[in-house]
Design a protein around this ligand. Structure first.
Ligand code: SF4
Length: 367
């Protein structure tokens, strides 16, 4: 390696820094690599740095460590060397559509056909070509009738959520062949976890425990980077949910109705400021998530609360603890509270002594 050469990250690589470590995410393949925060901060301050200068910025890292890191970047196509300093910017997120009001519409359905019209769906998706329709089936229904009706909409993908007790009524192989837009069927309350594929459709069986995990922390399935993660919420942005009675909410999980499509046009409800407020909460504004290295790819579905000072928090903990890099089920996992981290309506508080002691203990075990 010529030490006068300049090192920088490739444009398709995004950096997401966390409290304990950082992530380099390949936006083409959705693979990611953990890196030491010192390297992440180095790139944040010096996006293009001469090899010979790295050591002086990182005096605590040995020459061997730095070499290993640079080799990782080059061998995995994460970074490149050039003889001259050239500032290559990472690709800005592409705006996918001009006229879409939403990208995901979820609907509750039981014996009766949902109240939502196909024309309304098409209007909401506008020129967005990858719209997703999600049906939450609350009882056993004629899925063929439902899919025949809604397959004529401009939605590109259809997802179904079913209870395991209702699932035995369906021949999924036949159903998936019948409806090519059907891309995912999630079967909840299953006795065991399983993933299967029929035609173009993934069948995901979740137990009540894995469903909890899946809802709170979607890293169980490898997610691609969300291009709008720095400006919008990864789950709520451009999403709407319609209940059986026509109530309009931000998501299936949301408690409050923002209007009713039986009395008001959906378009008007979607344009309300209070409806879109949820879309614009970024992970950087949410307690704990703002310290998490996964926030560019995490689609967590917990409802959020706002404090008077404008900060946001979730009442329930997510299943990943970014302060000790442990996920629920890991050997050394501890909850945030056990680590001395408290997120309440009154504010975010850390019991510093406890926090330091726990981190020291976990890091020692890992060494
Ligand atoms: S703390 Fe949990 S919910 Fe927040 S970004 Fe990290 S994994 Fe997602």
């Amino acid at each position: 390696m010529v030490t006068t050469h300049y090192l920088q990250l490739n444009p398709h690589i995004q950096l997401c820094t966390g409290y304990s470590r950082s992530l380099l995410i390949d936006t083409h393949t959705s693979n990611y690599w953990f890196i030491h925060n010192d390297y992440a901060h180095l790139f944040e301050k010096n996006p293009c740095i001469q090899l010979k200068n790295i050591q002086q910025h990182l005096p605590h890292h040995s020459e061997h460590d730095i070499k290993t890191f640079v080799n990782l970047l080059l061998s995995e196509n994460l970074g490149f060397l050039s003889p001259i300093s050239q500032k290559i910017k990472t690709n800005p997120p592409q705006s996918s559509s001009n006229t879409a009001l939403v990208h995901t519409i979820s609907v509750e359905t039981s014996q009766k056909m949902p109240v939502l019209e196909v024309e309304t769906i098409n209007e909401c998706f506008g020129d967005y070509s990858a719209g997703t329709l999600v049906f939450h089936c609350l009882s056993t229904i004629n899925l063929y009738t439902l899919l025949t009706h809604y397959s004529t909409s401009s939605a590109e993908n259809i997802h179904l959520f079913l209870d395991y007790t209702h699932a035995s009524a369906y021949d999924f192989k036949r159903l998936c062949k019948f409806a090519p837009k059907l891309k995912q069927i999630t079967i909840t309350l299953s006795p065991r976890e399983k993933t299967d594929k029929k035609e173009n459709c993934y069948l995901i069986y979740l137990t009540s425990e894995s469903d909890q995990l899946n809802r709170k922390y979607s890293l169980l399935q490898r997610q691609p980077l969300i291009p709008t993660w720095q400006t919008h919420h990864n789950y709520f942005n451009k999403r709407v949910h319609i209940t059986q009675r026509g109530e309009v909410k931000n998501a299936f999980e949301a408690r409050y109705s923002m209007g009713n499509i039986l009395t008001e046009h959906l378009r008007n409800i979607l344009k309300k400021k209070e409806f879109q407020a949820y879309w614009k909460i970024t992970k950087n504004q949410i307690d704990v998530c703002n310290d998490c290295e996964f926030r560019a790819i995490c689609i967590d579905q917990r409802m959020l609360k706002k404090r008077a000072n404008g900060t946001w928090f979730a009442k329930e903990e997510c299943t990943y603890n970014p302060y000790i890099c442990q996920e629920m089920g890991d050997k050394n996992y501890l909850t945030l509270n056990q680590c001395g981290v408290y997120c309440r309506g009154q504010g975010f508080r850390i019991d510093v002594e406890r926090f330091i002691e726990i981190r020291k203990r976990i890091l020692t075990i890992e060494d």
